[in-house]
Write a protein that binds this ligand. Sequence first.
Ligand SMILES: Nc1ncnc2c1ncn2[C@@H]1O[C@H](COP(=O)(O)OP(=O)(O)OP(=O)(O)O)[C@@H](O)[C@H]1O
Ligand SMILES: [Mg+2]
Length: 450
Amino acid sequence: MDANILIIDDEKDQAEAIAESLRNVGYTCSTAESGNKVVDIIRRDGIDVVITDLIMHDIDGMKILKEIKEKAPDTEVILITGHGTVETAVISMQKGAATYLLKPVNINLLRVAVGKVVEKQNIVRSNIELHKQLEEKFAFAGIVGNSQQMHRIFNILKQIASTTATVLVVGESGTGKELIARAIHYNGPRKNNPFVELNSAAISETLLESELFGHEKGSFTGAAYQRKGKFEYANNGTLFLDEIGDMPLTTQAKLLRVIEDGRIVRIGSNETIKIDVRIIAATNKDLGALVKEGKFREDLYFRFNVICMRLPPLRERQEDVFLLMDTFIKEFSKKNGKKIKDITPEARKILFRYNWPGNVRELKNCIESMIVFNQNGILDINDIPEHIYKSNKTALTGPVFPVGITLEEMEKELMKNTLAYVGGNRGETARILGIGERTLYRKLEKYNLK
Ligand SMILES: Nc1ncnc2c1ncn2[C@@H]1O[C@H](COP(=O)(O)OP(=O)(O)OP(=O)(O)O)[C@@H](O)[C@H]1O
Ligand SMILES: [Mg+2]
């Protein structure tokens, strides 16, 4: 580990001995005989850790500590103390010292102590750095996450935003697919050009094609005016094709042609229009499976699948729950003009354990409703929406099986509860129950639980 350490001791030999023993394990060390201008030295030399004697002739370690914590709080302070002053040393810890060591200094203990302090400092710093980066890079889009999975997503994001490659974003409902799509656009070279969105679901085929490519007046019944399509609006920018899995096959064929040619023809027109559009597609469906079922064109799938970002469901990155929770508490407190001071540990625990079938969106909505209904500024379990609270209670206590019921009844009951707990997700249910999905499927059919 790398760190720049300053040792302050009015006994020069003592300071040098400590410096030498730390240099031997790779630290950069300098020494000073007094605490004069310590903050200047810290700033000039980029000192990470100061080790100071607690009691010296001209200045005392407590004053040095105080000064550093006031003016250079990022620098950690380790105090060295004689037996008579342990009490002061303990007080010094409350005042911000990282730790203290007893005289005579044991070299091994010293190295361990310094190692721990430096390690902690590095973690704090990298967190701050990360947040800065996130805020800089994703502030407008507010993507929050500190799990390994989300870091992977951020890395991919950084790499691909500057390109114009087609991206496929997949993930369950509410995992942040649209958020990611916007982040890709607004972090890339096209950020000053349009981001245009089109949802393929719940829209008729004719309308969808007219939305995509535009149409000429009178090209079909209802086409009273000439109209530009989303491709044209998105020119030089990004077209976000949401719910791509719901796009009809014929439209898929036309879309593929447009992507390959870089040209569109408005419906009812003969004129080709050259376009330069980056496409980001999103779906909560398994496109590979749709291809096998013949519902999605394989060639289009390959086109999209060049870069695939898979957003993990929230239950697979539970460590993000707290972070998101705090983010949304801040956001909705502000929005609703409420002063929410905290959330109780019990409430936190329930939200942490919940399975979040609706992912981040569900968590966001849950926090908003908790804040809206909260009266006393502290979110507690009685603010938690009932279905979430209940599902957790079931999960914690488990179903009760009185003597007298059959194994089959028990199995049915357990399946029903598990299924409810994971919000109807069969894959997850099968995993929890330790059976194959096909077996689960058969049994659900048998018990009429479908
Ligand atoms: N990592 C995140 N950090 C902060 N907010 C998030 C995050 N992920 C999602 N959200 C928020 O959750 C909500 C749902 O996200 P989004 O609309 O992007 O999900 P989606 O995957 O497109 O869902 P659907 O498939 O239902 O359309 C949005 O309000 C979004 O801002
Ligand atoms: Mg969406």
